[in-house]
Ligand binder design. Sequence first.
Ligand code: F6R
Length: 257
Amino acid sequence: MLRVILCENAARWASEAADIIAGVIREKSRPVLILPTGGTPMPVYDALAQSHADGVLSFAHTTTFNLDEYVGLEPTHQQSYRAFMERNLFQRVDIPAGNTHVPLGVAADMAAQCQQYEQALEQAGGADLAVLGIGGNGHIGFNEPGTSFASRTHVVSLDERTRRDNARFFSSLDQVPTQAVTMGLSTIQSARRILLLAQGAAKAPILRAALQGPVTESVPASILQCHGDVVAVLDLAAASQLEDLSVEWRAGLRQMA
Ligand code: F6R
């Protein structure tokens, strides 16, 4: 089932999202989270770090797995997703360093690393919650349009649109890596619960396609319609093209493409 939580302002949006994540952390004895990078989660990480600073949230028993990493960037590179996570969340809370997992963009054997990443997630007991942003082309993680719904962690070539969208974090477009390593769509779907985050009118058309359009590999996020427990926390602009928000879309109503 897909539930949409509509938020009237940015502060409310961040606190709704952070409350859902904090709820899973408090409820489980050994919570396992899948986490995104990018612009979308930053205010949510701020809210989680604030709860930790206020003494009401501990990450001491939490294990995290990031969705993706750029191929070719050292973990210490400012724009690597490892560095992003250290800056925006890990260094601000009490998560043990050994509990954080981000794929390595410079692994000698990428295929072996992808397998080990899957195994580590499985050994941790699978994810209680996958937190996702969505790309303008419908990607989740770095699963670009056309990626198999059956995919597990793998190396991908980034779409030109994705590289352009992410160029704002780099000094120029040619600095943006051309490849990434990402959890697959099937890896993401295996999380017990999914929290999809989006803000802003630029995401409205793709949210409409992903959440209410046909389930098709050309819109990777449309696979979420087949998950049993998805909550989308959206602001009014992001949700502006969704129809009939009182309707609950149930898993399995649509045939997989
Ligand atoms: C990042 C990730 C991507 C982003 C998506 C949206 O780890 O997996 O799918 O969530 O590209 O990016 P922003 O939030 O920058 O719009």
